[in-house]
Design a protein around this ligand. Sequence first.
Ligand code: HEM
Ligand SMILES: N[C@@H](CC(=O)c1ccccc1NC=O)C(=O)O
Length: 284
Amino acid sequence: MSVEKNTRDLEAGIEKDFTGKMSYGSYLSLGELLAAQHPVSRPEHHDEMLFIIQHQTSELWLKLVLHELRAVRAKLQADDLRSAMKGIARIKHIQRSLTEQWSVLATLTPSEYAEFRGDLGASSGFQSYQYRAVEFLLGNKNAGMLEVFANDPEAQELLATLLDQTSIYDEFIRLLSRRGHDIPAELLERDLRSAHVFNPELVQVYKAVYENAEDNWDLYEACEELVDLEDNFQLWRFRHLKTVERTIGFKRGTGGSSGVGFLQKALELTFFPELYAVRTEIGR
Ligand code: HEM
Ligand SMILES: N[C@@H](CC(=O)c1ccccc1NC=O)C(=O)O
């Protein structure tokens, strides 16, 4: 180390020749990853790179969320609540990161965006199959969404598979039933292809869990973890809505929707309605 040159000397053992060896770039497929940004504006607009990378990083994190959610579902199926909660803890951190990331895109002014928005054609985040897959895995199924992916058979297949499978919430409810809680039969035999709908009897099950937390500690904690998950999801939706509002105002979306009004309606969707409803009942 030569302090005067402000330079760190390389140590003798540092690897320099990667012939026949795995390197950082080859392990991470950086060649492909960093060659996958293709701005379409001509002449290329400086801010389109921000727009592309914001979406690509979001999709990478969504890929990990899906990976973790599938594992959480398997752990719930195996009655391993502790491992399932570990997975949820990781997902919550990813969600925070995804939500925090909106502040980067918020530096894109309406005039900057207007310069390349026309080049985006009919493309829209509405066509994000990974986002839809996360919604399905959490229990907000919507078979109609599959039509959007008619031109992407792989994405459509992935969503069709998830549509037929149980969600995280279905599995949690089944676990409650195996633990001896009085779960209504219609919840255990429900049509998996539709969204979970509010069930007042389930609120009473949660009421018993919350009012006897000492005897149901892991379930009590799991309920709160699920509420955190939904809360975080809604915060992402809200930041998306507010970023859209400050960037395009009340223009229609490129995906064909009314824009902000359509996104507002998504804030009324809920994954675990009974876990919110129980709050009104506690201590009554
Ligand atoms: C300036 C930036 C953005 C604008 C103006 C914008 C605008 C919109 C609009 C208007 C919609 C409604 C569908 C439509 O008609 O197009 C939408 C949907 C959506 N966008 Fe964005 N968006 C932006 C950034 C992002 C980013 C960074 C993501 C991250 C992946 C994203 C993901 C989504 C998703 C998942 C939907 C579907 C939401 C739902 O179904 O409720 N958007 N966006
Ligand atoms: N729907 C946006 C366009 C948009 O944001 C977008 C375009 C292509 C790929 C992803 C996008 N992100 C979110 O919707 C708009 O109406 O301006």
